[in-house]
Design a protein around this ligand. Structure first.
Ligand code: NAD
Length: 253
């Protein structure tokens, strides 16, 4: 069965990757693509004006919309999908609590799948972290993420997800974002470091150290294609499901 998808942020890094990945798959067809800077053609798809999204949803009636844009547009597009009865997949990061509340509201009307990271490797890293942290009780934890120089939000959405995973198994830990000057480590804190350089697609390292040993759990995305593939896997999985809030781990299971 072919699932029809609409793609937002089509001229962005991830939007282009999603369109490229869709072009390589038989189980996905692109209904339309939008950007706030329309006019271009990406992977043979004419990019239309994001301001016309509601009309385009009504006209094409896609099964799923795939969104990698910014926090404000993510919320706006989720509401448009809720109105149009279109399932919503988003990997946009930098949302605040109000943004997540708005996505959950949309999930009352249509299926919504949000993931701060659509790679299988990160899903495995999360499981490894949830296992390692309780096994290494009392060890210091430092989290470092590295991304390309145009990334807007810091720390990354994936880093925040990993921090939540750590809190889940160890209880809430104070987060210290970078250190400067007289800044000794206090017991139980988690150091968080965000590096921005070049065109790095995404790296995350969770370092646990204590008792004369250290364990480093690291994931590196070699290309954004891995996130695009995961998002399209999520879209095909989500299509036709009941309204509700879904997690990428359900897709992988
Ligand atoms: P990008 O800057 O290259 O592209 C973003 C696109 O969204 C652009 O086309 C931009 O015009 C559009 N956009 C931004 N704000 C908008 C608004 N208010 N209205 C309309 N359009 C808007 O960024 P990117 O590297 O493609 O990343 C996009 C998002 O996806 C970021 O939040 C990033 O962190 C996230 N991301 C998530 C994953 C994941 O696996 N979940 C992977 C990579 C990137």
């Amino acid at each position: 069965m072919t699932v029809t998808v609409a793609v937002t942020g089509a001229t962005g890094r991830m939007g282009e990757e999603v369109l490229a990945a869709a072009a390589d798959r038989d189980d996905v067809a692109v209904a339309f693509a939008v950007s706030r800077s329309p006019g271009a053609e990406v992977e043979g798809v004419a990019v239309e004006d994001a301001a016309d999204l509601s009309d385009l949803l009504a006209e094409h009636d896609p099964d799923v919309l795939v969104d990698f844009t910014g926090p404000a547009s993510c919320v706006e597009y989720a509401a448009a999908c809720a109105d149009a009865g279109v399932a919503f997949v988003s990997g946009t990061t930098g949302l605040n609590q109000g943004g997540f509340d708005a996505l959950r509201e949309a999930a009352g009307e249509v299926p919504v799948l949000y993931a701060s990271n659509f790679s299988r490797g990160i899903a495995a890293l999360r499981r490894a972290v949830r296992e390692a942290v309780p096994a290494l009780d009392g060890y210091d934890i430092e989290l470092t993420e590295t991304h390309h120089n145009a990334k807007r939000d810091a720390p990354s959405g994936t880093a925040l997800t990993l921090l939540d995973d750590i809190d889940e198994v160890r209880g809430d830990s104070p987060r210290v974002h970078g250190r400067e000057g007289e800044a000794p480590r206090s017991e139980g804190e988690v150091g968080v470091h965000a590096r921005r350089a070049g065109d790095i697609a995404g790296e995350h390292e969770v370092l646990l150290a204590g008792n004369h040993e250290s364990l480093s759990l690291t994931h590196r995305a070699g290309s954004r294609g891995v996130f695009a593939a995961g998002a399209l896997d999520a879209a095909t999985w989500l299509s036709g499901r009941d309204a509700g809030w879904y997690d990428f781990t359900e897709v992988l299971e």
